[in-house]
Write a protein that binds this ligand. Structure first.
Ligand SMILES: NC(=O)c1ccc[n+]([C@@H]2O[C@H](COP(=O)([O-])OP(=O)(O)OC[C@H]3O[C@@H](n4cnc5c(N)ncnc54)[C@H](OP(=O)(O)O)[C@@H]3O)[C@@H](O)[C@H]2O)c1
Length: 436
């Protein structure tokens, strides 16, 4: 029998336990597909005594996850701890430096340190794989890196955070406000106790920056993702969007061209006939537009023990296959790190598009005229305007409008003209409209 590929698991939470269950449940099938057994030899987490619902007795226990890669009984370390730095990063560095392959589900670490780790993996000629880090169980990294490898990718965008999509879907169905739905999502376990990474768009930005690097062959640049979350959305925005023929989704969007690398995570109005408008609940979806393939749509479960474990173990099977046949170790970002283009962030001002603008205003004469004048002076023309009635006891009124297509800089200029106006009771909300 072929030698097993020996695996160390760092982290035994949702994903780690999912990996143990999958490797056990599909053992025979995995061995046939990989051409050799995949055998977990050692595991590590913080608390050795914690009951995890799986039998850990077949595996050795290592208290210090950082040295897993240095053990003689380990060929690959799977990092499922989380956090951009700390023990996850230390463990990943020592693993690669020890000449062992690394598989990780950790998007925060890859978004911040992916290039360093990829360069190290090249130097040590080991695999670095992170399919589970982007969109959980959806094989989108494999899809871009391999299936679409022959294409220039013109644009990549999608729904990259299941928690936000779940909250938006419930807001849409129930007409309830954000804070209310978030509290319920937390109680049901769909949102973390500290939801900031999800609802502020940071988690989606981590994933977008990884996708962009692979799609465009550019150096990973998380810091320049223009990021906004869903916390400012009101039930009334969703209702207005609906009346105009749209749903609201948190969209991560990237393209690369002569203006530079554009990366943005923001709630968008999505036309109801767009495929992403039908992505509901905790589902994720990624669209990539290749110059020869045309539009590719990847959709599925973006999180959860089973789907995430599916992506982790697929990476292990790849490593088992390639090391068995003596194959090349694929580059983590689809090409050597030195080949990735350092592209400056693209300014957004020249971008053409339509936008939804929402103002919370004081209920008094002349407010609408003031907004209309600012838009006129900035050269923004209005496609449709909705003025809602009084919004509760505060006496505020909601004014929402959709602009005609124009440069984003014009909308920014209109908002600048309105800055400091005492007619507005909060900063205006701008949502871009996803065009086909
Ligand atoms: N959950 C998902 O659906 C999902 C999807 C895609 C990607 N991911 C990513 O996968 C990774 C793991 O997520 P998860 O949901 O499985 O997390 P989790 O349930 O919180 O599990 C984290 C594990 O790491 C261990 N750990 C934490 N700090 C440690 C430390 N300082 N030293 C040693 N072990 C430590 C914990 O040990 P104890 O159990 O002993 O406390 C726990 O077993 C994260 O990077 C996450 O972003 C998760």
């Amino acid at each position: 029998m072929a030698e097993p590929l020996r695996i160390a698991l760092a982290g035994l939470g949702t994903v780690g336990v999912g990996v143990i269950r999958l490797v056990e449940a599909n053992k025979a099938l995995i061995e046939r597909r990989a051409g050799r057994p995949i055998a977990i030899t050692v595991v590590s987490a913080r608390d050795r005594t914690r009951a995890r619902g799986v039998d850990l007795s077949p595996y050795a226990w290592e208290d210090d996850m950082v040295i897993l890669g240095e053990r003689a009984d380990v060929d690959v370390v799977v990092e499922m701890v989380g956090g951009s730095d700390g023990p996850a990063l230390a463990c990943s560095r020592t693993t690669i430096e020890a000449g062992k392959a690394l598989v990780t589900a950790n998007k925060a670490m890859i978004a911040h340190h992916g290039l360093e780790l990829a360069a190290k993996a090249e130097e040590h000629k080991v695999a670095l794989k992170f399919e589970a880090a982007v969109a959980g169980g959806i094989p989108v990294i494999k899809g871009l890196r391999e299936g679409a490898a022959a294409n220039a990718i013109e644009r990549v965008y999608g729904i990259l955070n299941g928690t936000c999509n779940y909250i938006l879907t419930v807001m849409e169905d129930s007409g309830r406000d954000f804070a209310d739905v978030l509290a319920e999502a937390q109680a049901k376990g769909y949102a973390e106790a500290d939801p900031a990474f999800d609802v502020e768009g940071i988690d989606a930005a981590h994933k977008l920056s990884i996708l962009a690097a692979i799609a465009f062959g550019t150096r990973l640049d998380f810091a320049s993702v223009d990021t906004a979350g869903i916390t400012r959305l009101r039930a009334a925005d969703i209702a207005q969007a609906h009346a105009l023929g749209y749903v609201i989704r948190l969209i991560g969007m990237a393209d690369a061209g002569s203006e530079g690398l554009f990366q943005r995570v923001q709630p968008h109005l999505v036309p109801m006939d767009h495929p992403l408008a039908h992505v509901d609940g905790a589902t994720n979806a990624v669209v990539a537009e290749g110059n020869f393939s045309g539009r590719l749509l990847f959709q599925g479960a973006g999180a959860g023990d089973g789907p995430t474990a599916s992506a982790v173990v697929a990476d292990l099977i790849d490593i088992a296959r390639s090391t068995r046949v003596g194959g090349e170790v694929a580059n983590a970002f689809s090409m050597p790190v030195a080949e990735l283009e350092a592209m400056a962030p693209a300014p957004s001002g020249h971008r053409l598009g339509r936008a939804y603008l929402r103002f919370m205003v004081k209920d008094r004469p002349g407010v609408l005229a003031e907004i209309a004048a600012a838009l006129r002076d900035a050269g923004v023309s209005i496609e449709s305007l909705i003025q809602k009635g009084r919004a509760g006891e505060s006496g505020e009124v909601m004014v929402a409008l959709v602009t005609h297509e124009g440069p984003e800089s014009a909308v920014s200029e209109a908002l600048r003209l309105l800055e400091g106006s005492d007619s507005l009771s909060e900063a205006p909300l701008v949502l871009h409209i996803l065009e086909d």
